[in-house]
Write a protein that binds this ligand. Structure first.
Ligand code: GTP
Ligand code: MG
Length: 193
């Protein structure tokens, strides 16, 4: 897809703030600092429309981005960041559950993992949480630029096995540095629109 338009619509914390527009939607999920916001930026060729940071916990709200008047990307706050109070974790859980339960226009969830490492326990919990909503789940194994080419297949296999992925769910090796995986990700997203 050629992106000609991309804008932030709203940073929402609850359902009444979600955009009413009935266009397809794709939500990002994943550990803090894994590269969810960077994924969005790379896909839409904007440097920092989705704000990124080298420190975890940058994205704190559900950020809705409208692309080409055709669909939304929803950037979601990450998990697994130690310096978060129990109260904040509860708020986060509530916000995610409300979103995934209520959002009818959601076409697929994109679970972003770090290709260098085996998925964490939290990643596995998130994958299982998403399964519950009977959505397609696309795993984006990012930071591909950080491992040697010869290790790719083994790392992808480990990600698939550790998450216990369903056979039909795709996994896309991706790099927000080099843009590798971008065309494949677009092809897949377009097939869900
Ligand atoms: P939260 O908003 O805290 O949940 O984090 P996030 O998942 O949105 O991560 P973000 O996109 O802010 O990226 C975190 C850090 O990882 C930044 O320093 C990025 O530059 C870096 N990063 C993200 N993707 C890649 C990638 O594909 N390759 C490399 N080398 N670095 C990446
Ligand atoms: Mg972010």
């Amino acid at each position: 897809m050629k992106v000609t338009q991309a804008e932030i619509i709203i940073s929402a914390v609850s359902e009444k703030q979600y955009p009413g527009e009935q266009i397809p939607e794709f939500a990002l999920a994943g550990r803090s600092n894994v590269g969810k916001s960077s994924f969005i930026n790379k896909m839409i060729q904007r440097k920092n429309l989705a704000r990124t940071s080298s420190k975890p916990g940058k994205t704190q709200t559900l950020n809705f981005y409208k692309i080409n008047d055709a669909f939304h990307f929803v950037d979601v706050p990450g998990y697994g960041y130690a310096k978060v109070s129990k109260k904040e974790r509860e708020k986060w859980g509530h916000m995610l559950e409300e979103y995934f339960t209520k959002r009818k226009q959601l076409r697929a969830a994109l679970l972003v993992t770090d290709i260098r490492h085996a998925p964490t326990k939290d990643d596995c919990i998130m994958y299982d949480f998403l399964l519950h909503y009977e959505l397609p789940i696309i795993v984006i194994a990012t930071k591909l630029d950080k491992i040697p080419k010869g290790k790719r297949q083994a790392h992808l296999k480990r990600t698939r096995e550790t998450l216990g992925m369903r056979g039909e769910d795709p996994i896309i090796p991706f790099s927000s540095e080099t843009g590798e995986g971008k065309d494949e990700a677009w092809r897949l997203l377009e097939s869900y629109m």
